[in-house]
Design a protein around this ligand. Structure first.
Ligand code: GLY
Length: 383
């Protein structure tokens, strides 16, 4: 499927990932990193940086470090990666005690840790943790609107009717719970949410809203928000990728053709907007200045495009793979392969607004690695 040159490039990329993870996993083995400070991983498990329940151990990205370690364990068989992953999974138990800090992102947190552990080692404690998380996620379902509620109460408003496109990555935890237990309720909720997202989030041109507010009693759409993108009606790139790859995940778990078609529609919109240099902006509809990029969106998009390529015919496959390779090759040139930084990807942006631009973010590294192993063809599917 890859040309000889592409295969050589991929082999070299995987060698660089493996070399970097060999020492980073040792250096950060007691942490759950989110970003870096002067090149060194921070630690979201140490304390709550801003003193809130959500920013510390409940932080939504706290599964990615464990996920990276499981990817490396699967790739190399080296037990040291498993030990780090198991350690980070155990730390997340505190979240169940705190409860009020938990949110819709329990899928991101426990698919990459407990479900991964259970799939690879059959650990019964991991199964229990994952079932706890799935039950919490199912409990957030609002039957009036057919959506899973995002976040908890924000300081500045009533979010009882809010759903966000990112949640397409959480619902695979519900598919897993049904596949594991045979109880159809989890999958029914996941499909209801995906069906709602298909009609309420995806626009005619294949772009997607970040936030949709529903009436939490009657269920109708109240309004949409730009969320982490530039403005209402804009096109936050990471949101496009959560949707593109997210609908592929729902397709893989259900076989429903409309989810594949939706993923392809979003992918075509995304591919049409990839700039010449392959550098993805934070929002496809942001102004040219200031220049704000998000390499995490490029990495997630590459994963989604490779998954689509796996599910379409031989001729179409080429279109998606070509775009994925362009993104990954561009990312590789801007990444840090030295010991100056604990992170690979250096130019992630949390959102269009705020100050968190062009910094390492853990899920950038996770998805870059996942994409490389997917291309190699021996990947361990954690979603
Ligand atoms: N899921 C939140 C984000 O992408 O920043």
């Amino acid at each position: 499927m890859l040309s000889t040159d592409e295969q050589q490039w991929l082999n070299a990329l995987i060698a660089k990932i493996t070399a970097k993870m060999a020492w980073v996993s040792e250096k950060s083995r007691h942490k759950i990193p989110y970003t870096t400070i002067d090149g060194t991983h921070d630690d979201r498990s140490a304390s709550n940086p801003s003193g809130t329940l959500t920013d510390g151990i409940n932080w939504w990205t706290n599964g990615f470090w464990g996920g990276m370690m499981w990817l490396m364990y699967h790739e190399t068989g080296n037990e040291k990666y498993k030990d780090v992953a198991v350690n980070s999974e155990a730390k997340l138990d505190r979240c169940f005690d705190e409860f009020y800090g938990l949110h819709h992102d329990v899928g991101f947190m426990w698919l990459l840790t407990s479900v991964a552990n259970f799939k690879l080692t059959s650990n019964p404690d991991s199964r229990k943790r994952a079932m706890h998380a799935a039950t919490l996620l199912a409990g957030r379902f609002n039957p009036a609107g057919g959506f899973i509620r995002a976040w908890n109460d924000l300081d500045d408003g009533d979010t009882r009717g809010w759903a966000i496109v990112d949640c397409m990555f959480n619902i695979p935890l519900l598919y897993w719970a049904t596949e594991e237990t045979g109880d159809p309720r989890f999958k029914q909720i996941a499909e209801r949410h995906a069906d709602t997202a298909m009609t309420a989030f995806v626009r005619m041109d294949g772009s997607v809203h970040h936030i949709v507010e529903f009436d939490p009693y009657e269920g109708g759409v109240v309004r949409t928000y730009g969320g982490q993108g530039y403005e209402e009606g804009s096109s936050w790139t990471r949101g496009q990728t959560w949707a593109m790859y997210g609908f592929m995940m729902s397709y893989k778990h259900t076989g429903k053709a409309e989810y594949l078609d939706t993923a392809k529609r979003i992918a075509h919109y995304f591919m049409a907007n990839i700039p010449e240099d392959g550098v993805i902006p934070v929002d496809f509809r942001q102004p040219p200045e200031p220049k704000r990029d998000d390499d995490t969106a490029a990495a997630i998009a590459a994963c989604g495009l490779i998954e689509i390529a796996r599910c379409v015919g031989t001729y179409d496959k080429h279109i998606y793979l070509k775009a994925a390779l362009k993104l990954l090759k561009s990312l590789e040139t801007r990444s840090d392969w030295t010991e100056r930084s604990d992170a690979i990807i250096q130019r992630g942006s949390a959102a269009y607004r705020g100050s968190a631009h062009h910094q390492p973010i853990i899920y950038g590294d996770y998805f870059f690695m996942e994409a490389a192993f997917k291309l190699k063809g021996n990947d361990f599917y954690l979603w």
